[in-house]
Design a protein around this ligand. Structure first.
Ligand SMILES: [Zn+2]
Length: 502
């Protein structure tokens, strides 16, 4: 293996909008796509004399996320003003949390297996803190290039945001992607956020630098924060590009600003990501926290979280996707692949699977049906499992009939399609399709005929190649058009072969 040129080090700052109906400190609606400036009031417009009141629901959703991120929840927390010139936040300060965030010191388990679908290799990425703050509005710039005006939409101003700051513990673009995907799945399943990146309800900044091996140790390059990444693919590309750019700048003697510059020698910089060009562009050296002149928000009381509140939120939180990834293979003997597919469909799909498995007593069959047939149907119909017309009892009934009647896969798929059409039970669909049990006498005739016309396989079997029975069984099932029970066919074949009747 060639020597490692550099090691990528990434920490992510993720902002997610919480799924509340109203804003963090006023009663304005938070729906996406309302006409500009229609969801505003004196509080979120920052008019003199208007006073904020905390949205308790937002705090509960933040608590849910904090618990799921294994964070220590602060029992006492307060609000702070972060002062800045904000064209789209008319108060000119953002209500945030500075020195007493609502939660801190947690972790998120991500999958870093080379093929994340087939393997599960957990890695814990530390969470420094998760805190609540209000979102700013949106500036809509004229992009015609003719220097037109910029418009401001204040509907988003005051929307509750949870800021989640990870430790710089991801070491590749792929790990950053795994982090975002797991976080998104978890927050969606918990009802904390819909995490729609293209609508801006999940936004991500990446703090990137590289460690370059030197004299048995390493040199860290100065930190760059790549801002406002709005797709997972963008995050992946931006990190890969920025790491390579830093490595080259470090080694480029014609670049006096960056050549041989180490972490700490120059302040942290921010950079934009130009998705179409596929490059990052360093914009400015970053403000220090002191530049924001943080001070406690005098218009809001501190928040105190008691045991009862925390316990109630903990109960509502339920099982996390990472826990399901461990439990499903252990409890049901599913492959890692099948478990991952189910978990990534969400809690409702996992619950559906568990109900089918319990009813039919065959977890493997339940998982096969779900991960193949049912998911394909849901994709085709753009439906969610909650709207899927076949309830768990119906699918369990089909799996039961398959065994009872020895239906082969093709037959079973026909029955499934019929059930979807008519909404009836498996028995009804089998009757509708005219699938009948084949009589024992008729079946024995077929078995004898197959043995008579496959003398090579029969000779092989008698010569000790027991596998030859499989092809004979297949022939019989084909002759019966899948209407015979597999176990009966197997029994008759064994009888006939040992009779020497062929
Ligand atoms: Zn408002």
């Amino acid at each position: 293996m060639p020597a490692l040129l550099y090691k990528i080090v990434v920490g992510l700052e993720v902002h997610v909008q919480l799924l509340t109906q109203t804003k963090l400190f006023c009663g304005c609606r938070t729906d996406f796509g309302l006409p500009p400036n229609t969801a505003t009031c004196p509080v979120c417009l920052g008019l003199p004399g208007a006073l904020p009141v905390m949205n308790r629901r937002a705090y509960e959703l933040a608590l849910r996320a904090a618990l799921a991120l294994n964070c220590t929840v602060a029992r006492f927390t307060k609000w702070d003003r972060k002062n800045y010139y904000y064209p789209d936040l008319p108060k000119n300060f953002q209500i945030s949390q500075y020195d007493l965030p609502m939660s801190h010191d947690g972790w998120l388990e991500i999958n870093v297996a080379a093929d994340p679908r087939k393997g599960y290799e957990p890695k814990r990425v530390g969470i420094i803190r998760a805190h609540l703050e209000e979102d700013a509005g949106k500036s809509i710039h004229d992009e015609s290039g003719r220097g037109g005006e910029t418009r401001v939409d204040l509907n988003r101003t005051g929307t509750p945001l949870l800021e989640i700051v990870s430790q710089p513990e991801m070491n590749s673009p792929e790990e950053a992607v795994a982090f975002l995907q797991e976080l998104r799945l978890m927050l969606r399943e918990l009802g904390v956020s819909d995490c729609e990146m293209q609508e801006g309800s999940l936004r991500c900044d990446a703090n990137v630098n590289v460690h370059i091996p030197a004299d048995g140790s390493f040199i860290a390059t100065p930190l760059v924060e790549v801002k406002n990444l709005n797709s997972i693919r963008g995050v992946e590309r931006a990190i890969a590009y920025e790491a390579q750019r830093q490595f080259q700048a470090f080694n480029d003697s014609s670049d006096a600003d960056n050549y041989r510059k180490k972490f700490g020698e120059v302040p942290k910089a921010t950079a934009g990501w130009l998705d179409e060009k596929g490059v990052t562009r360093v914009q400015r050296r970053k403000e220090e926290a002191s530049d924001y002149r943080y001070f406690p928000e005098p218009d809001l009381v501190p928040v105190q979280v008691d045991d009862a509140w925390l316990e109630r939120v903990r109960r509502e939180t339920g099982e996390l996707p990472s826990a399901q990834r461990h439990r499903l293979p252990a409890q049901y003997g599913l492959s890692v692949y099948d478990a991952n597919v189910l978990v990534e469909q969400g809690r409702a799909a996992v619950a559906y699977f568990e109900e089918v498995a319990a009813l039919c007593g065959d977890a493997k069959a339940a998982s096969n049906w779900l991960t193949n047939q049912v998911l394909a149907t849901l994709n085709e119909r753009k439906q969610s499992i909650a709207d899927f017309p076949l309830r768990p009892a119906a699918l369990a009934g089909l799996i039961g009939q398959m065994k009872l009647k020895g239906l082969n896969n093709q037959r079973a798929r026909d029955v499934y399609a019929k059930m979807l059409d008519t909404g009836g039970s498996a028995e009804q669909a089998i009757a509708d399709l005219g699938i009948k049990d084949i009589g024992d006498d008729e079946l024995r005739d077929i078995v004898r005929r197959v043995l008579a016309t496959n003398s090579k396989a029969v000779a092989d079997y008698r010569g000790g190649k027991l596998k030859a029975a499989d092809s004979l069984k297949g022939q019989v099932m084909k002759e019966t058009k899948g209407m015979a029970r597999m176990d009966v066919v197997a029994r008759m074949l064994t009888e006939e072969l040992s009779n020497g009747a062929a």
